[in-house]
Design a protein around this ligand. Structure first.
Ligand code: TNX
Length: 525
């Protein structure tokens, strides 16, 4: 942390006061006949309220950052130093050109929201919690020119429109899932994706850590899972796995972007990699071969076997100990080789095991066919708008994360010509990704039952970071906006414009996105 001594800090705040009173004088002078100033429509997700004052803030070489939360200040300084070349010293507390403060925020912004006030001389972000400051910083970055996201120094000018934004999320859970089982992605690749999705106020990263084609995390009590079960992937490549310290590094990196990791061990189906690693987990005592194809629904843990529950207890126990977040995702989808009675029995036991390790269950909505614990949360993934077992669970208090596959699945092709991806849930271009209301989509699952949204990226056809980026952008920001912005801001034409404004940023970041023809991408995109 780059601290400035108290003497210099009080000098800086005196200078700031002078600057503020000048700004107040300028604002107080009526400009008769001028149009009401408006904020440019460039921020995704759309903020709750924006009031422009017609002034312009310009970041200059002498600027400094004062922050109540060190890591948010250093995050912002890191991005701005790279692109502006300015020194941007960061100090703890107090005020500076850019102030990030944990006091004075309106109560209405809650735990995740913020107030951002930009004037000709300063920027002040106020929040009740560090996560709100981080969200406010994302908005500030989007109000600055696209080149702030660049990896090389450019010349500016580094202006942002003046005024006040008060902003907070519609839903507390805004997730992205990455399937690291069908293809393995390194820690660096996952961190890259974390950085990209954090720009759109995503606050949960769901990692699909196991499936038929691979087991991707070391479990000390069952070492073959990673060493053997992680040794391949779809198409027969070498696969890979995270050591427990790799996983902890991802968790810590996500936390530095105010994102909580939700680890998933999919069960009782999608378990061929585990069954191949330990013969004794199979009902017939015979280990199947490793699997590198893309079929689903053929494998199942042995529900009647006592060892199955020892296995789950040890796996969940190790994972829970490594996971500071509240959720463990138990999968539960497409268990089509498990009988209905076995399935319900299994999910009931798995829920107890997760609870015994102090965590809350997340599971694909199929789990609504079992008896859910009050805290268990279901993730809807189907293409229908009715699901009676899930509606019944919601009526009973179950909260739901919405990931309708025909809108939110990032592995669906955009158009028939898209080379990557699948089509079973349909083609999903920007308008389809954006065109649904999470709080009024599924009958019997209304706004108050919805915890939030998630955009899953299954990786049967996804191999590289470039592939991830191409499928996630520009659709992930559409899902992120549905999760954050009030429904009153929902407007396809306005969304097109603010999404288009992201194009030049992605270009400057070296992020290769799909140039949907539904969007008019500005010059330089
Ligand atoms: C369905 S939807 C799956 C995944 C596949 C995906 C491919 C769901 C919970 N399961 O196993 O990877 O389709 O789009």
């Amino acid at each position: 942390m780059n601290r400035i001594p108290n003497r210099r800090r009080s000098f800086a705040s005196a200078a700031l006061l002078v600057g503020l009173s000048c700004a107040a004088y300028l604002v107080a002078t009526p400009d008769v006949g001028a149009a009401t100033p408006t904020f440019p429509n460039v921020v995704v997700p759309a903020p709750v309220s924006e009031t422009a004052d017609g002034t312009t803030f310009t970041l200059s070489s002498g600027a400094a950052i004062a922050t109540d939360v060190a890591d948010v200040g250093t995050y912002l300084a890191g991005i701005l130093r790279t692109s502006t070349g300015f020194a941007l010293p960061v100090s703890q507390g107090g005020t500076a050109t850019i102030t990030l403060s944990l006091s004075g925020a309106p109560a209405s912004v809650g735990a995740q929201g913020y107030q951002l006030v930009t004037s000709s001389s300063s920027v002040v972000v106020r929040a009740n919690q560090p996560a709100g400051l981080f969200a406010g910083v994302q908005t500030l970055l989007q109000l600055l020119p696209p080149a702030v996201m660049g990896s090389a120094v450019s010349s500016g000018p580094w202006t942002a429109p003046g005024g006040t934004i008060v902003d907070y999320p519609r839903f507390t859970y805004r997730g992205a899932m990455l399937d690291v089982a069908r293809h393995f992605f390194t820690v660096a690749q996952v961190e890259r994706y974390i950085d990209e999705i954090a720009l759109y106020k995503i606050n949960y990263l769901h990692l699909h850590l196991s499936d038929d084609q691979g087991w991707r995390i070391t479990i000390n009590s069952w070492p073959n899972l990673a060493v053997y079960g992680g040794s391949t992937e779809v198409g027969g490549g070498a696969g890979g796995y995270y050591t427990q310290s790799d996983y902890s590094a991802i968790v810590a990196y996500a936390a530095s972007r105010y994102m909580t990791v939700v680890p998933e061990i999919d069960m009782p189906g999608h378990t061929n990699a585990a069954l191949a690693s330990y013969a004794q987990l199979n009902c017939n005592g015979v280990a199947p071969n490793l699997y590198t194809g893309t079929k689903v629904g053929f494998s199942s843990l042995c529900v009647p076997l006592a060892l199955t529950y020892t296995f789950i207890d040890q796996v969940i126990g190790e994972l829970a100990a490594l996971t500071p977040g509240p959720y463990i995702h138990i999968g539960g989808d497409e268990a089509s080789s498990t009988t209905a009675a076995d399935y319900a029995n299994f999910i009931n036991q798995a829920q107890q095991i997760v609870a015994a390790h102090g965590k809350t269950v997340l599971g694909w909505h199929d789990i609504a066919k079992a008896t859910l614990l009050p805290s268990t949360t279901a993730q809807f993934w189907d293409t229908t708008t009715t699901n009676p077992p899930l509606a019944a669970a919601a009526a009973n208090g179950t909260k739901v994360v919405m990931s309708p596959a025909n809108h939110a699945y990032l592995d669906m092709k955009y158009t028939r010509k898209t080379k990557l991806g699948q089509t079973w849930a349909g083609l999903i271009d920007v308008d389809t990704a954006y065109g649904w209301n999470p709080g009024a989509y599924l009958s019997g699952v209304g706004e108050s039952s919805v915890l939030g949204v998630e955009a899953p990226l299954w990786t049967e056809t996804i191999v590289t970071s470039a592939n991830i980026e191409y499928m996630a952008f520009p659709r992930l920001p559409a899902i992120a906006e549905l999760g954050w912005s009030p429904w009153s801001t929902h407007d396809q034409t306005a969304f097109h414009a603010r999404l288009g404004a992201q194009g030049p940023r992605w270009k400057d970041m070296g992020l290769g996105y799909f140039q949907s023809t539904q969007i008019t991408w500005p010059a330089g995109s």
